[in-house]
Design a protein around this ligand. Structure first.
Ligand code: ADP
Length: 259
């Protein structure tokens, strides 16, 4: 606080304007840093009780399966679904703070992309029976990278495609491979994104402010994390989208080199 007061005083003297600006900037940086630290601490603090809740509800589920009444099991299942939702949000928050601090860790392993995508599409299809997910083509390649993190990329893109499109419209995934790279496109026929916002949607915590988009829950972390993971794997991420027509997100990843 004393720094900020100092800035106000200095700013009245034009000759000291540069110093004032520097202090102003450093005060802002400090505030930013404090905000980042808070997000990191809050997500750590939230993770522990959530882990405990997850374990306890799993135990309870086992007991109810044997001795519970019919209406207790679905009630507990819906509690578990909510716990999983909060856990995912907290994990995204943790990832965002790790990216900010340059501390997101990656494994280096051989990844069978086709198998990974099949697994993700199966899970997404089971948890979102209202939408049809169509997969075209194959990407019979091994990549070198982090299987879970790459999984996060495609889970996020598919879940956005489902979230921002009406259920009557299919979500389509198109796979293709060239000599050096594999290309995965995730296409929806939903709300679309105004052209002037195509760069912004990859920013941390950015959400499109259109009322239709705002009505759909989210915190603007998914694409920021996706972009970071793709960048780490030496790939590129592009978007093509038109309001009212839909969006296509394209991920290109380099193939594993022999030797
Ligand atoms: P979230 O969906 O949690 O808000 P994201 O970082 O995944 O955060 O996306 C940022 C914003 O980009 C979203 O708030 C939404 O406005 C827009 N967006 C992302 N994917 C799509 C999509 N497939 N169709 C329309 N809008 C999208």
């Amino acid at each position: 606080l004393p720094v900020v007061v100092g800035v106000v005083a200095l700013r009245r003297d034009p000759q000291l304007h540069t110093i004032g600006f520097m202090l102003d900037n450093s005060a802002r940086k400090e505030l930013e840093q404090r905000k980042d630290d808070f997000i990191s601490m809050a997500s750590h603090e939230l993770r522990n009780p959530l882990t405990a809740l997850k374990l306890q509800t799993a135990l309870l589920h086992r007991q109810l399966d044997k001795h519970g009444t019919l209406d207790q099991v679905p009630a507990l299942s819906s509690m578990q679904t909510q716990i999983n939702k909060i856990t995912r949000l907290v994990e995204d928050l943790l990832d965002v703070s790790k990216i900010q601090a340059g501390r997101l860790e990656y494994r280096q392993e051989s990844v069978d992309l086709d198998a990974l995508l099949r697994e993700i599409v199966d899970t997404m299809q089971q948890t979102n029976p209202s939408h049809t997910i169509l997969v075209h083509g194959t990407a019979e390649v091994s990549l070198l990278g982090d299987r879970d993190r790459l999984g996060q990329v495609f889970t996020n893109l598919l879940s956005n495609a489902i979230k921002y499109a009406p259920s009557a419209e299919a979500v389509e995934m198109e796979l293709s491979a060239s000599k050096d790279a594999v290309v995965v496109q995730v296409q929806d026929h939903g709300l679309g994104i105004p052209r002037e916002l195509h760069d912004k949607i990859f920013d941390r915590f950015y959400r499109v402010t259109d009322p239709k988009q705002k009505a759909i829950p989210g915190l603007g972390m998914g694409l920021y994390i996706v972009a970071e993971i793709v960048r780490h794997h030496g790939g590129t991420l592009m978007v093509e989208s038109e309001v009212g027509k839909g969006s296509t997100f394209q991920v290109t990843l380099p193939k594993k080199r022999d030797g």
